[in-house]
Design a protein around this ligand. Structure first.
Ligand code: HEM
Ligand SMILES: *[C@@H]1O[C@H](CO)[C@@H](O)[C@H](O)[C@H]1NC(C)=O
Ligand SMILES: *[C@@H]1O[C@H](CO)[C@@H](O)[C@H](O)[C@H]1NC(C)=O
Ligand SMILES: *[C@@H]1O[C@H](CO)[C@@H](O)[C@H](O)[C@H]1NC(C)=O
Ligand SMILES: *[C@@H]1O[C@H](CO)[C@@H](O)[C@H](O)[C@H]1NC(C)=O
Ligand SMILES: *[C@@H]1O[C@H](CO)[C@@H](O)[C@H](O)[C@H]1NC(C)=O
Ligand SMILES: *[C@@H]1O[C@H](CO)[C@@H](O)[C@H](O)[C@H]1NC(C)=O
Ligand SMILES: *[C@@H]1O[C@H](CO)[C@@H](O)[C@H](O)[C@H]1NC(C)=O
Length: 335
């Protein structure tokens, strides 16, 4: 891995600007809340740079939109949106069960950070903010909604693998367990359903759903809440003798497009993960998530509006502001 990756260092005169900006920020003393205009003086080209880098990454590999969106989510659920998932520490979040051999896009984040560092004073824009902007741009460039991203997060100094294993939801958990994990992050049932709609793009490995295909819960048959044709198809993609790393689309209808087909699929028993289908089919869902899944399957406009709202909420989890944490030079290591 390229932990020692270097960016262009900024010129001395930029460093002087940086000091000036820092002094300004310190004297206003009003930096405890995020704001979409946080970098409008210190790095006016930030949003254009991130957009262009994300576009290039998606042009090279469409799936990268999904991977970048997921990185922001997995960052926010562990000690807040503080870029802690990016740290290259053996005992860090990167190597927690939900992330190892799974989370991806780290090189793209490095590229964005380098581009930002060469266009703006160094150590101004945090890695945590880059993740939030990249997630938004990934959704937008995949055909989904846009929203203003509140900025001014600072980067964390620790990356807690135990907490990543505890806080991140598993596809084998019940709807109630997942609702509880979101509630711990101050996210409600609406947020659970809207944000699960992120599974309208991207892929999942067989190991995360193959328990549904052959002998579901010891019944000797596949999961009855999965469409029979889909079962048959996935049985050949994910043979019982396979290594579990083969991938299948989370949204079989339109894998690369951010739309409401994730919800349309679920109504047709075509959710891939048990946790996806459970939002509609489980007993728990009846009094919690089911009607919202139905509503989003019928109204993409409603889904888009609610998704944008929930993403902004998720992006606010446990943020470090003011003089807490730091702004990392290299997203993979603390300064
Ligand atoms: C509700 C609970 C959730 C569970 C149980 C869950 C579980 C998973 C699993 C098991 C995978 C496949 C991982 C692999 O193959 O290694 C996945 C992929 C993905 N998840 Fe989730 N997820 C949840 C919520 C979310 C949220 C809130 C977001 C973003 C807002 C999200 C975005 C994604 C994306 C975009 C992918 C595809 C990534 C890629 O193709 O690289 N998920 N999720
Ligand atoms: C393009 O995507 C491929 C995977 O599809 C990856 O191996 C390669 O590193 C990417 N190239 C760039 C320049 O990002
Ligand atoms: C990680 O988080 C857990 C749970 O909050 C806590 O008990 C533990 O001390 C933390 N570890 C580190 C290294 O911060
Ligand atoms: C969840 O919070 C949003 C505000 O962000 C609110 O509009 C919505 O009604 C809440 N949903 C539930 C089920 O409480
Ligand atoms: C399914 O699994 C159960 C226990 O997990 C086992 O007893 C049973 O023999 C299996 N059935 C088939 C058809 O493999
Ligand atoms: C998947 O790939 C990883 C690394 O490439 C490997 O360590 C693992 O054993 C493979 N199999 C499963 C089931 O994850
Ligand atoms: C996706 O869904 C639309 C309508 O919901 C349908 O017309 C189309 O055939 C589906 N495409 C695939 C590949 O399943
Ligand atoms: C879909 O949701 C939007 C946004 O809430 C609403 O304005 C519109 O009336 C809904 N459309 C239908 C057909 O219900």
């Amino acid at each position: 891995m390229s932990a020692s990756r270097t960016c262009h260092s900024s010129s001395p005169f930029l460093v002087i600007i940086l000091l000036g900006v820092l002094l300004c920020l310190m004297s206003t003393g009003a930096e405890s809340q995020l704001s979409p205009t946080f970098y409008s003086q210190s790095c006016p080209s930030l949003q254009k740079i991130v957009r262009r880098q994300v576009l290039n990454a998606i042009k090279n590999e469409t799936r990268m939109a999904a991977s970048l969106l997921r990185l922001h989510f997995h960052d926010c659920f562990v000690n807040g949106c503080d870029g802690s998932i990016l740290l290259d520490l053996d005992d860090g979040e990167k190597f927690a069960l939900p992330n190892i051999n799974s989370a991806r896009g780290y090189e793209v984040v490095d590229n964005i950070k380098c581009a930002v560092e060469s266009a703006c004073p160094s150590n101004i824009v945090s890695c945590a903010d880059i993740l939030a902007l990249a997630a938004r741009d990934s959704v937008l460039l995949s055909g989904g909604p846009s929203w203003k991203v509140p900025l001014g997060r600072r980067d964390g100094l620790v990356s807690n693998q135990t907490l990543a294993n505890t806080n991140l939801p598993s596809p084998f958990e019940s709807v109630s367990q997942i609702i509880a994990k979101f509630a711990n992050m101050d996210l409600n049932i609406t947020d659970v359903v809207t944000l699960s709609g992120a599974h309208t793009i991207g892929l999942a490995r067989c190991a995360l759903f193959s328990n549904r295909l052959f002998n579901f819960s010891g019944t000797g048959a596949p999961d009855p809440t999965m469409d029979a044709d889909m079962v048959e198809d996935l049985q050949s993609v994910c043979p019982q003798t396979g290594d579990g790393n083969t991938t299948a689309p989370l949204d079989r209808n339109s894998t690369d497009a951010f739309d409401n087909h994730y919800f349309v699929n679920i109504l047709a028993n075509k959710g891939l993960l048990s946790s996806d289908q459970g939002l509609f089919s489980s007993d728990d869902a009846a009094s919690t998530t089911r009607e919202l899944v139905r509503a989003y399957s019928q109204n993409q406009t409603l889904f888009f509006a609610d998704f944008a709202n929930s993403m902004a909420k998720m992006g606010n989890i446990g943020v470090l502001t003011g003089s807490s944490g730091e702004v990392r030079t290299n997203c993979r290591v603390v300064n």
